[in-house]
Design a protein around this ligand. Structure first.
Ligand code: ATP
Ligand code: MG
Length: 367
């Protein structure tokens, strides 16, 4: 599977540009703030309908423009497919097109252009906040399982409504009557999330352990542990059992949630831990160990998605190679011999001979 070309109109700092890509390595070169990461964002959005950096869709619309248009041809599932997103500046919902037909949700284009992004912040993801780790897992799972994507959207919607109820109850105590209904629904959908996550993290951990083993010459034993709500004793249990576990936990925190006006418990607080030979990386890992483990995790994500989807996802390496020492650079480069890769960097240096070079300057292609 590979992206053959992309056309951007009013996306971020691109007014209008059309780019053709190599099915192998594409090196995106340019000075700071020219639009390299914006291009990777457009590619990732084209395939998933999710941005790895924007909080709001309208951020991606070029300043002063009414809408942004991302269009690209993908060779996937043994045929050419055309994807298109139109994003509006105001509250108007975004539009999705696949092969000229309008689609309703990102789930309708799932599997056509899966991507894995790797950026410098990811190198420290095993040390920093749980939110980044959840984001990493969610991004992969949403692409792998459209039903997970739908469940996550629903979970966040109910969570928002519940937060509003908790905040409003000081002025309007009667509103608490509807809280149990929201809690039940939240636990039902939350149980689904846990069920998907348990399976995903198990496979991700196994694959990452293999990469880490190769990397460390078998010196360190990589293991990943999925962490969820404490009443869940077995995250692989049937969804009905998980729902009950979550309800039990919510029940125990019922008063505390009302008093603090916050949704204190649930899979929105999930996390995972990585240990090397039994030693927790978050607390004790060195910089080098943390980076190597993060690389293993990313390579595992790509392998897992490729295996499950039958197509190798496009790898987006944003500034990450230049952050690594030569040994780690080589390890990453040796693992990406197949599939399509986009690599951004300011100084092409030793990477120029890898494949096609595209030079970006002020939202335009140079030369
Ligand atoms: P670096 O090497 O520093 O990472 P980069 O080439 O990756 O740089 P980008 O992050 O792609 O740079 O951003 C390029 C420019 O895009 C920034 O100067 C930013 O101000 C601009 N930009 C971001 N969003 C918009 C928007 N909605 N409209 C117009 N310009 C935007
Ligand atoms: Mg950048």
């Amino acid at each position: 599977m590979n992206l053959t070309d992309i056309e951007l109109r009013n996306f971020r700092n691109y007014e209008q540009v059309k780019l053709d890509f190599d099915p192998g390595v594409n090196l995106i070169v340019g000075d700071n703030a020219q639009g390299k990461t914006n291009l990777l964002e457009a590619i990732s959005y084209l395939g998933s309908g999710k941005s790895f950096r924007a909080m709001k869709t309208s951020e991606m619309v070029r300043f002063g423009a009414d809408f942004a248009d991302i269009e690209g041809n993908v060779f996937a599932q043994e045929r050419n497919q055309r994807l298109r997103w139109v994003l509006f500046n105001g509250s108007r919902p975004r539009q999705i097109w696949r092969n000229g037909a309008k689609k309703k949700t990102a789930g309708d284009i799932a599997g056509v252009l899966p991507t894995v992004l790797f950026c410098p912040e990811d190198l420290m993801v095993l040390k920093t906040g749980a939110a980044q780790r959840r984001r990493l897992g969610d991004h992969a799972l949403c692409q792998l399982r459209p039903n997970y994507d739908a469940a996550l959207t629903e979970y966040n919607r109910i969570l928002d409504q519940k937060s509003r109820i908790l905040k409003d109850h000081f002025d309007n105590p009667a509103i608490l009557e509807i809280l149990p209904e929201y809690n039940t629904r939240l636990c039902q959908v939350g149980a689904l999330l846990i069920s998907y996550r348990a399976r995903f993290y198990k496979s991700l951990g196994e694959s990452a352990a293999k990469f880490h083993g190769q990397f460390s010459g078998g010196a360190e034993d990589f293991s990943l542990e999925y962490k969820t709500v404490s009443t869940v004793t077995d995250p692989f249990a049937p969804v009905s059992t998980l729902t009950q576990d979550l309800l039990d936990h919510l029940q125990r925190h019922y008063r505390a949630e009302i008093e603090t006006a916050q949704c204190l418990t649930g899979p929105h607080k999930d996390d995972f831990d990585v240990s090397l030979s039994g030693i927790n990386l978050k607390s004790y890992g060195s910089q080098g160990q943390t980076r190597t483990a993060a690389i293993s995790l990313k390579l595992a994500q790509r392998e897992l998605m490729g295996r499950e989807m039958g197509e190798e996802p496009v790898l987006l390496l944003d500034d990450v190679l230049s952050e690594l020492d030569p040994g780690r650079q080589d390890f990453v480069l040796n693992q990406i011999v197949s599939g399509q890769v986009f690599i951004t960097c300011c100084e092409p240096g030793r990477f120029t001979k890898l494949g096609k070079t595209i030079e970006i300057s002020k939202g335009n292609v140079k030369g």
